[in-house]
Ligand binder design. Structure first.
Ligand SMILES: C[S@@+](CC[C@H](N)C(=O)[O-])C[C@H]1O[C@@H](n2cnc3c(N)ncnc32)[C@H](O)[C@@H]1O
Length: 261
């Protein structure tokens, strides 16, 4: 599942011709793997109370380390250790500068909240926002690609809600495979869902709204609850405020996620 989300590191596909750049055996495809997987390490960022990273490991030459197996071993986190309280958890994917998670955390001091953001400086910015407010220690920010963190590190049946607001629409057809709202991450949401779990999502991009409505409508385990939803708890995200000011249409909906199996 190599993707652009490997924080700017370009991972060649197995089918691409290799450039003759000298022997870098540690980036060749190990026997038995049909695609690349990279080793990632989950660490708390030093000096930060709320910021963690699930980042690609690099060797001494700054070359990403390949995982020994594909997918890498499943290593679920201990929720109590991670959040300082047991689950359940709510997750925002693509938390941006943290406008939603900080306001939502203020309204819900009893909930364990996790914002995942893959753009490094933006994740740090959001974490600073949370860090400045000691009353928000039930919220965490994680610099990571949500696809890998959910798949590799989140235990099953632990989530009450997912929030996905104004994700990058990747309008060009050739880049649509970079969108976050795709079957693999939705399958992970089902694996993580507790009974009554909600998916709140919104976009300003009509085609993304329509194709995702079709995708969710055709998947087992997703049931439309509100086709035209208001901002969750009245909180508008940074992008939403901007888009509303520009007069763009906003498409928000709420879905129930039925737990897998
Ligand atoms: C257009 S911004 C919207 C930010 C915020 N949700 C808002 O509405 O203001 C989308 C954000 O999602 C992040 N993102 C995209 N794919 C991601 C992924 N796979 N995991 C984590 N963050 C992701 C991007 O880095 C970007 O900051």
């Amino acid at each position: 599942m190599a993707s652009r989300s490997d924080h700017g590191i370009r991972i060649p596909s197995a089918l691409e011709p290799r450039k003759p750049r000298g022997a870098r055996t540690h980036t060749s495809l190990p026997e038995g793997l049909d695609h690349y997987e990279l080793r990632r390490r989950l660490t708390r960022v030093e000096g930060q109370e709320v910021l963690w990273e699930y980042a690609v490991e690099l060797d001494d030459e700054f070359v990403p380390r390949l995982a020994e197996s594909s997918p890498p071993p499943f290593q679920p986190i201990d929720l109590e250790e991670f959040f300082g309280q047991p689950g359940p958890v709510e997750i925002e994917i693509g938390a941006g500068k943290g406008a939603f998670i900080s306001q939502y955390a203020t309204l819900h001091p009893e909930r364990s909240l996790l914002g995942i953001e893959w753009t490094r400086p933006i994740a740090w910015f959001a974490a600073d926002k949370l860090k400045r407010r000691p009353q928000l220690r039930h919220a965490r920010l994680l610099w990571a690609d949500a696809n890998y963190f959910l798949r590799d590190r989140m235990p099953p049946a632990c989530c009450n809600a997912f929030h996905v607001y104004f994700p990058d629409p990747w309008p060009k057809k050739t880049y649509r495979n970079r969108r976050i709202m795709q079957a693999p991450i939705l399958a992970q949401m089902r694996r993580l869902a507790l009974p009554g779990c909600r998916l709140h999502w919104g976009t300003d991009y009509q085609e993304y709204h329509e194709s995702t409505t079709e995708l969710l409508g055709g998947m087992d385990g997703f049931r439309l609850l509100e086709a035209e939803a208001e901002p969750t708890d009245g909180i508008m995200t940074s992008f939403e405020k901007k888009y509303r000011t520009e007069g763009r249409p906003i498409y928000r909906s709420v879905w129930e996620i039925l737990p897998a199996g």
